[in-house]
Design a protein around this ligand. Structure first.
Ligand code: SF4
Ligand code: SF4
Length: 476
């Protein structure tokens, strides 16, 4: 373990560390734009220069530690240099923070105010560049804001391996552009470059000008899009910043989804499906309890369902692998001895969706298969055969699993023809309306929290299982 001194403080470093890594590990702030812990070292922004005794200024990101090094991160020479770099970077940058989605979480803003905070000294007109370059159906590039850190090109070359982005031209005409024959639209991880971009050059078309980030709140959650169970932040409008000009429902929508870094599951990345959770969770909701397709109160529907369960000789429960650990355990506790519980897949891959790869995406498009199977075992091929009552919980990737002509109790969240054809339908909450945990394919348990209230008429599945387990006529 070589010992080095940083700003006079002795620090034990690992042999394979760089000075930047040692500084970060010890809480010493060294600003940078192009460096990222998961990408190769580019060393092109020059922002992380530090002073080394006997060597002068050099970039910390590419400087291996050696015993006895004396490093200064806040010397006058270092500060002068940072100011000069920030002047250089903003030479042609439009500084249009007022209309930039990155404002509030932009490294250029942060570093400028921490290390420069001076207006541009340049008297030359800025070099203009296109403000709206379509990179894909999801991402737009503002060329003027690009500081050529090359995080985006390194991500597509090293992490997603789509090789979709490159640089054309030289000097102040250098621009990020798609690589012919490698469409960014084919990269299911493309939106990670939006987070990676240290400035507002790469923007999500879906999120474009929808909200200032300081009006939003991030709720920790888990992507249910596949059995990887990536941890994410679900961003939604803070109550005190609800917009009066749009309906209440507009304020209660997912604004965006970003990765919540988790070394045990997904590192700092997620795939684009995880960003599109609203497409799954915000489908038209079923909020009305039904008996034979007719609206009833929840209490009436529960009572009818109890009578069906009491009268059945061989009831089956088709178990949702979108249920949380807590809900699955509630089903086992309350109905597990009364019904044969059979785990089924709620969802399967959509047409054109990547099935599986070596980075994150898993073939099982459901979040909690592992815990469901731990509790209820592998289903037999004829698991639903011979049933005289079926309790269907969640969606059904394979409709053939539902035996024809057998009475059904359905617990679901979205409008679906199967709701109306059931003897009893009970609406249940979605993930963003309750808390819980999923166990991913690897056994890692991750928590999700609610960000919205349940709509009127909707119950949590765990509560319904306890209610359905009671005898007909029993008071809850
Ligand atoms: S678009 Fe963003 S991530 Fe890509 S090089 Fe420019 S500043 Fe860096
Ligand atoms: S890899 Fe799976 S869990 Fe992760 S974001 Fe994509 S769909 Fe969601």
């Amino acid at each position: 373990m070589p010992e080095i001194r940083i700003n006079g403080q002795p620090i034990e470093a690992r042999k394979d560390e760089t000075v930047l890594e040692v500084c970060r590990a010890n809480g010493i702030d060294v600003p940078c734009f192009c460096w990222h812990p998961e990408l190769s070292i580019a060393g092109n922004c020059r922002m992380c220069l530090v002073e080394v005794e006997g060597r002068g200024l050099d970039i910390a990101c590419n400087m291996p530690v050696s015993a006895g090094m004396e490093v200064y991160t806040e010397s006058e020479a270092v500060r002068d240099h940072r100011r000069a770099i920030l002047q250089f970077i903003t030479l042609n940058h439009p500084v249009d923070c007022g209309i930039c989605d990155k404002a509030g979480e932009c490294l250029l803003q942060d570093h400028h105010y921490a290390h420069n905070a001076k207006a541009s000294i340049s008297h030359e007109p800025k070099v203009r560049a296109p403000k709206h370059v379509d990179l894909s159906d999801r991402i737009v590039l503002d060329n003027e804001r690009c500081i050529l850190c090359l995080r985006c090109t390194r991500f597509t070359a090293e992490i997603s391996k789509s090789h979709a982005l490159g640089v054309i031209e030289r000097g102040d005409h250098a621009s990020i552009r798609p690589v012919e024959g490698h469409p960014l639209a084919d990269d299911p991880y493309s939106d990670n470059i939006i987070d990676l971009c240290p400035v507002g050059a790469l923007l999500s078309k879906d999120f474009l000008h929808r909200a200032r980030v300081w009006y939003l709140q991030a709720t920790p959650s888990v992507c249910p899009g596949c059995s990887r169970g990536c941890t994410v932040d679900v961003w939604h409008r803070k109550k005190e910043w609800f917009l009066k000009s749009v309906g209440v429902e507009e304020n209660l929508k997912i604004a965006r989804v970003t990765p919540r870094e988790n070394p045990a599951v997904n590192g700092p990345w997620i795939c684009n499906k995880g960003r599109d959770l609203a497409k799954i969770l915000e489908r038209p909701r079923a909020t009305q309890a039904l008996i034979a397709g007719q609206p009833v109160t929840t209490a009436q529907a529960i009572e009818h369902a109890r009578r069906l369960i009491a009268g059945a000789k061989s009831p089956r429960a088709l178990v949702s692998n979108w249920g949380s650990n807590e809900e699955l355990e509630a089903l086992q506790r309350h109905l597990g001895t009364r019904m044969r519980c059979v785990v089924k897949a709620d969802r399967k891959a959509e047409p054109g969706e990547r099935i599986e790869d070596d980075l994150l995406i898993r073939a099982d498009k459901n979040p909690n298969t592992r815990r469901a199977l731990e509790l209820f075992g592998e289903p037999a091929a004829d698991a639903a055969q011979g049933a005289d009552l079926v309790l269907l919980w969640g969606e059904l990737a394979d409709p053939a699993l539902l035996p024809a002509g057998v009475p059904r109790i359905v617990l679901g969240s979205w409008i679906d023809p199967v709701n109306d054809s059931a003897q009893v339908f009970l609406p249940v909450s979605v993930q963003t309306e309750r808390s819980g945990h999923y166990t991913n394919f690897d056994g890692v348990v991750s928590a999700f929290a609610p960000c919205f209230d349940k709509p009127a008429g909707v119950s949590d599945a765990a509560v319904l299982f306890a209610q359905l387990a009671l005898a007909p006529g029993a008071r809850p």
